[in-house]
Design a protein around this ligand. Sequence first.
Ligand code: F6R
Length: 639
Amino acid sequence: MARLNLLEETRYEKLPVTIYPDEHIASKKVAARIANLIREKQENNQPAVLGLATGQTPVGVYAELVRLHREEGLSFKNVVTFNLDEYYPMKPESAQSYVTFMNEHLFNHVDINRANVHIPDGTLSLDEIPAYCIEYERKISSYGGLDLQILGIGRTGHIGFNEPGSAPNSGTRLVTLDDLTRRDASRDFGGKANVPTKAITMGIGTIFKAREIILMAWNQKKAPIIRKAVEGEISSEVPATYLQLSDKVEFVIDTDAASELTRFKTPWLVKDCTWTDYLIRKAVIWLAQHTGKPILKLTEEDYNNNGMAQLATEKGPVYDINIRIFNEIQHTITGWPGGKPNADDSQRPERAVPAHKRVVIFSPHPDDDVISMGGTFIRLADQGHDVHVAYQTSGNTAVWDDDALRFVEFAIDFGKSQQLDTKQLENLYGNMRNFVAAKQPNQPDPKEILTVKGLIRKGEAIAGARFAGLPDDHIHFMDLPFYDRGKVQKNPVGEDDILQTMELLRSIKPHQVFAAGDFADPHGTHKICFDIVLKALQRLKATDDWVKDCWLWLYRGAWHEFEVYEIEMAVPLSPSEVERKRLAIFKHQSQKDRPVFPGDDAREFWVRAEDRTRETAHIYDELGLAEYEAMEAFIRYSF
Ligand code: F6R
């Protein structure tokens, strides 16, 4: 059932894709479609049979449905639901079950008849499952089949829990979860080891029978898998590609999730473009990387053979374009991240004046400063700038329990060695030890354990910042309140976080602010920390004169680096600076060897940092620029 695609721009896309500016707008649109379906069925006295998904993606849709119920009288009396999946084994009352999820996000807040709700049962014995699955399918059919199925997509390309290898005609069944899926779920479960290895899921064949299918995806994290699902060959390796065979599917995604699609990533391959400076830079770098040539060796033929003939004719000759872009990239490189004193700064990323700048480096967790921009941090201090570092959160969730105990033991032993009274401390220690011995996965720590964990990280951060050359009074621990609130509530940012940040900024009046610019994980601490800095600066701008001279630079945290065409300042590191940076990272002992939240990447933080900065230097080298050992990259953010 190949789809006829009449538009040049979307000719690589094998199914219909609707793109909205952000997930909020998109979620409202999807919710409105669901609401229309429910009302239409109500008018005809029919049930509306919905296939539902869990996970982060549909949360906004459910919130909007709840709003429509509360404020606009949308009734769910005629709604029958079938959820895609449930972990196995899983008790319905446990915090991570999809039953709990659905109750919290939807069912507890609307007038649905509970008898109409169906979620696969994670409590069955293994031999009960096959018959249960057949019955699940039969029940769906007994209501006349699903009117609408909504889907998210996993980074493995799974829909429901149909992992790579699933057959296109598969039915509801017990499956084994992919390792990547379990890693993605590990935060909810307090470690991957606690994530069930199996799940009961509707099959791809079951999903296909729905009369309408909407797959949603938000944010950059999903962009690579969306590209594969939309433009890739149909294959069991990416189960979502099977949806290309359906003529009733639509992908509803936001611009970030769409960013890897050909029409955005390399638009010159699919249409005539308006050649802005930014797009030219992006295209020329792409052409150099695609052909494996340095920029200055790109020829007219390279342009013509790779969809860039329009650029060559409109803005050529190509050698002039090459030189222009080469120079632009050349000018991003500077060994003077705080500006070079007494130098012509017209082609430099930073201003020469004032020669000595006041600088604030915001670090979401206590080690992001040295991991992500340690070389630049050290340079700024070495070059005599007035550098402050502000640790935005305590990072207390990421310390092992046994480390916390060990430090209290140390405090007791030290107290005893000085003949101090340590009785109270010993009592506290006894309680802490008992708690840790009986601790359940993901169980929140009591206050005193959190305090010890925070203090461990504080000591490490002080050691790291001192090593980078800062005096103690330039090291600030903000302990922003949202961080602890975030452990119990969903939208934790408060006025107090912003005011505290404004106060710190006001006391320093920086010329430069560095902040972690990680937008791929919108619910992550880094993004929240960035939003707080941005809001603080925006508010100060209205009242404080110094803000006019304050530039905001973004660095990237533990995830991927900026794209080369985005980089506005690249600070090269010599081999010995790479080594100094490594030693600064080593001060964070609690994060070495085996961090509590390693994320997707098994490498230690210092290895990740070195690999990434070497890779940036290597890309510059391959584009034909000078060859450096490593480079830290920044972009400037206008606010
Ligand atoms: C959930 C489900 C999964 C998720 C997918 C994306 O019921 O079946 O396929 O839709 O893993 O998860 P999020 O939305 O959390 O990124």
